[in-house]
Write a protein that binds this ligand. Sequence first.
Ligand code: C5P
Length: 201
Amino acid sequence: MIFTVAIDGPAAAGKGTIGRAVAAHFGFAHLDTGLLYRAVGALVLKGAEPVAAARDLTPDALEQPGLRSPEVAQAASEVAVIPEVRAALLDFQRGFARREGGAVLDGRDIGTVICPAAEVKLFVTASAEARAGRRLAELLESGHATDMAAVLADVRARDARDESRAAAPLRPAEDAHVIDTSDLTVEAAIAAAVARVAAAG
Ligand code: C5P
């Protein structure tokens, strides 16, 4: 069975949590595509050239330590504006999406560019304040010293760059179902996503 669930949305809206839960519920494979851009960003911070880093990306690079740091997130959103970087990561994502057994991909351009024919498209969003509050809690939990003002500024800077870039800007596909998680519990957001996927299957 080939079945693709495309989940897009801004940073810290809950895409990853929802993507993992939907994949576990239906027994599908899950790919966090942000990790690909983070891996390239981390290599660039170590001196690599972005397009070469994207072309030569290995599974090992996805296991590098520190991929969740704010510095790597910014570097990821900077390399993500380069069309050749996006092109180098395209085939891997499309292959993953059409693997046997079903796949969930989360990112920024899955429903619009990577998998325009996905069986289900979700756009998971939330207010910048709600997203920054969640990201702050995660960062403090994992030992990063930061505060709300810094995290909110970081979220807004990445939103602006992701939405305004020429190559595959962040926006909902026309046929995407929008899930606003600002006032939803994690369980309610997952239930809404699972119901959408079940309705399409
Ligand atoms: O989702 P995550 O925060 O890990 O993504 C890091 C950055 O990678 C995003 O800010 C975005 O610029 C970029 N990205 C992208 N397209 C995707 C996934 C992530 O441009 N499909």
